[in-house]
Design a protein around this ligand. Sequence first.
Ligand code: HEM
Length: 485
Amino acid sequence: MWLKAVVITDPMLAHQVLSREAGLEKPHSRYKSPMDLLTSASHRSSLVTHDTNSALWRLVRKGIAPAFATNNIKKEFPRVVEIGQQLVRQLHACGPEAVVDMDLAAQRESLDVLGLVGFGVQFGATRSLLGGDKPGSALRALQNGMAEVQRHMGAQWRRWQVMRVFPDVRRGREELQRYQRVVEDLLAQLRARGPPVKDDTTIAAHLLRIVDPATGRGLPDELLAPEIGILYLAGVETSAHTVAFVLYLVSQHPEVEAKIAAELDGLGLLATARRPRPRLMAYEDLAQLRYLSCVIKEAMRLYPVVPMGTARQAPDTGMELGGYAIPPGAMLWVFFSAMFRSPHVWDAPDEFRPERWADVDAEFYIPAGSLPASAARPNTPEPAAQQTPSKGPVPNPEGWSADGDAPASCRPKRFIPFSSGARDCVGRSLATINYKVLLALLLGNFRFRLAEEMGGVEGVEASICMRATLQFRDGLKMHCLPCAA
Ligand code: HEM
């Protein structure tokens, strides 16, 4: 199928396209999204794939949003720390000689966090790390299901009934069904508990409390299953691969590793010979871990786990964007990894420089043309004349004051790993707390070194691949050397 697509790497244009005011829909395909083939047996759409204009998207998004509110997530903090500590204990038990797939280890942890915080269910995936390093059945079903989604993305014909004659297609279908059974079992467990009690603040409780104004009743199972299915998909791999990319980068930059250690040490969160057991992390520590936050952002800039970003569809009447006429129905593709590494947007875009995030405004984009020369900021690497190609998209500085300050409502960002606008990531607060806690615990207890079988930096870089998310093809095998030794 031929598709007209416009790839956007200019933060101003990305901001315009993704803003609520633009009101653009996600692209419509004549095929169902491959995600929908996985998330439920009915192949109904889910939070990620509903139309923004649909009543169901608004109902579900509004219904579950309170589960991700800061206060609610803050309440879950001790449980997130406890699961992270479980992983630390497991890694200590492995010993420094062992080779551990840290990407898989982080997936186990994220699955357990989502299980508890999201559904009030214990998966025990982190505890079973030493059980032969086989992921739990839920995790395996998720990984294999995602692999099949990926195959569908490049080959729509896989969904045709007639293709079942091929054993590979049949096996793929079974993988999808295995994942759907995990989701159905979970839904059955949730139903068996009866209506959620008043103080149940899990995501599942919020989902079950949604009342459809059209029927006056809760959502039926055929609508709940895809929502549960997508929360797993969206919540586990994304956070875990982010943790793995940070560990990889830190392992290659001893000066960064030392600065993180110094920050953790200053807070009493580093294991040392004199303090082999760091103190228990508190919620307030998160705000103090400033350098670690810079490192995480820099890793997410270089390796965004959703590198292909997001897309919107131009209206049937066409539109104008950045001085270009966009054909009717064209896909407007905001390509995160291209934007996050564009030399027009970042100074030394391919370098790992956590320090660039020390500027609190670093995530905002300041178009070069809107600044007086004397007010050049760190994120305006080139003079305007060189930065704006003569026929390229021209940033629209409308609404910007003469001294380069944007009104709060129109501050385009050049760093949007969680997307932006109405369809931004609803799980961001949970993801952020999870990866920050886990990284503080891991880097407070261990120094991580690549295992020989990774083939050094060249081997790792060659193994980075795009499945449904950006990841290491065969995991990230590392040695965990205790800091206190
Ligand atoms: C590092 C972690 C994460 C990253 C980088 C991330 C990134 C994103 C991005 C880029 C989108 C927009 C996708 C699109 O437009 O097609 C998105 C949407 C979404 N994410 Fe996340 N995500 C993360 C973690 C999570 C977690 C932990 C959850 C839930 C537990 C979650 C649930 C969702 C959902 C439900 C949507 C769809 C929202 C909507 O369209 O209304 N994500 N995420």
